[in-house]
Each structure stands twice: as C-alpha cells, then as structure tokens.
Design a protein around this ligand. Sequence first.
Ligand code: PEP
Ligand code: MN
Length: 361
Amino acid sequence: MEMNIKPVIEKKPGKPIVIAGPCSAETEGQVMQTAKELAAQGTVDLFRSGIWKPRTRPGSFEGVGTEGLAWLKRVKEETGLKTTTEVAKAAHVYDCLKAGIDVLWIGARTTVNPFSVQEVADALKGADVPVLIKNPINPDLGLWIGAIERIYKAGITKIGLIHRGFSYHGETIYRNVPRWQLAIEMKRRFPALQMLVDNSHICGRRDLLADIAQEAMDLNYDGLMTEVHPRPDEAWSDAKQQITPKVFGELLNGLALRQTTSDNPVFIGQLAELRRQIDEIDDELIGMLGRRMRLAEQIGEYKKANNIAILQPDRWQELIDQATQKGSTQGLSPAFMQTFLRAVHQESIDHQEEVMNSKLV
Ligand code: PEP
Ligand code: MN
C-alpha cells in the first residue's frame, strides 16, 4: 500500500523525541505534579497518561475515565506540554478529540484486535490528529501492519510506532521481551514512520530502563516513551516500572546519542572496509549453506534408496549439543546457535523431502 506518512512529532536534530508521564492518571494533583516537574526539565515533547486502562484482570484500577481528560487539558494550559493518551474504543476517540488531546495512541491489547482497531479508525475519520500504534502483544507483524493500514485508510497521515516488547512464556528478565529484529523489520518496511521505544513496558522494572533506552538509541530509534510518577511505589498501576521525574531526567542525561552518519573520511574508510569484509563472509556463508543443502539432498537419496525416515532424533540432538558447545568457544549464545541450527535443519529437511518424494530418482 502506497503511503504518504508525516512525522507525529517534529524531531529536534541530535535529540530523541521524549514522551513521559504516569502509567495512569490517578488524581488531578498527581497528574499536575508530574507534568510540572517534567516540564521544568525542558526535554519532554509529549505528556502521556492513561485515562482508560486495559487491565488483564477485572478488579484492578481501570482508569479514572473522562474526568481525567480535564486534567490533561489543564496540563497543557499550565505547562505548555502537549498531551497523549490511549484510545481503544470510538467513544474514547470522540472524548479525546473534544478535549483537545494532541496525540492518541493505540495500545498493545488493541492492536491485536482488528475489530477494535477498525472501530478506532472509523471514529478518527475526518480528524487531523496524530496516532501512535504500539506493537501487538504477540509477535505478529501482520497485525501491526494491519493497524497502520486501517488508521491510514481513515485519513490519518501522522502515524508513528511504539515498540513495547512482546509477551513471552519462557524465563526472561523482561516483562515483554524486546525482539529487536521485529521492530527493525518494521523500520525497514516503513522508513517514514517514527519508531519510539516504550522501555517501561519492555522492562517491567526500573533497573533495566536505561539499558533498553540506550539500546534503542543505538539502533537509531527516534525516541522513547517512559512511565514517570512522582511516587512510583504508590502508583495505582505498573508501580514496579515507574520512576520519578528526577530519575527520568538522569536517564535522559545518561543517554549517548549516536550520529547516523559521519563526514570523517578516516571513519568512513574504515567502516567501508569492515562492511566489505562482512559482505565477503556473508557470501561465503551463503555458499556454504548451499553446499550443505546439496549434501542433505545426497543423504536424502540414500535414505530413499534404503527406505529410512528423514528425521533421526539422536543425530539432531547430537548436532545441537556439538554446535552449542563449539558456538560458545566463538562467543555465540546457545539461544542463537539453536535458532540458527533449527533454521538450517528445517531447510535441510525440506531439501531431503523434495528428493525423497520426487518421482524421478
Ligand atoms: C500503557 O502504555 O500504559 C499500556 C497499557 O501499554 P501497553 O499497551 O504497551 O501494554
Ligand atoms: Mn503502564
């Protein structure tokens, strides 16, 4: 789909776009205090605050509702900060537009549901409000792309993305694992869409926030969204991941911002040489993978001649063990080795299967 996307927020050169504010608007006092302390730092582009909270289980704090929109209006009047909140239903969109909320965002639990996204999109028709779209909770880029398309088709051209990580059922230090390569793939497919990292919902805990923000900056993200609360431990939602305005200021100060290009000829020369070497290695790897597949095909022919099943579980386990062991001597993580081997093994099986099921041999 041909798209003419415009930035959600004008990015100042050399500075990340900064969205900060509490997970939820709790009281007028809490909202105003957070906004004033953040505004005083002069680095925040947009003040965030959840008004309607999508909670996994009923009974938790589900947001103050429309009453909170008046508090966000007051934030804008008294601090000059523009505001943003999450919308999940048509009624939310209408209320926000009426209250003059500057930017809307679609949450991860909404992006997964095309009915909800379409409802929001329909309510946005004719409005000129920027929309940020969070990734769906599950790692399905189709849903994320579908949400972009639905919002764009409604006539919204200022669209951006928020990467908030993906739910994961294994053991992990994160609340939602980042899976950076998925966001990078979105950046590749939609280069005009600004990409922000929501380090709060990726981390779920304070001590990891700075590292994730830095990693996003190193990957050339446009900015970040972080949950900030004057008394994080007392927050009515997501207490463990919120930080005070002061700590947030320190986090921003500590970020090393990289340039995407340089005009230093020595650096450019060195980089070109390293990239040339990487291209050479990639070519070799592809050639070797091709040779590996030819061998798999030969094995397939023998198996066919002797009527032996393709998958040999012992051999597969042996391959994984050996490769994980060898990989570790090269500084390659077991997780990488296993993903890599699984992909290579699957491709080999496909090649063998083709040989074994062809009528020609
Ligand atoms: C939020 O930003 O407060 C929120 C609910 O986030 P997510 O949709 O990413 O879970
Ligand atoms: Mn939250």
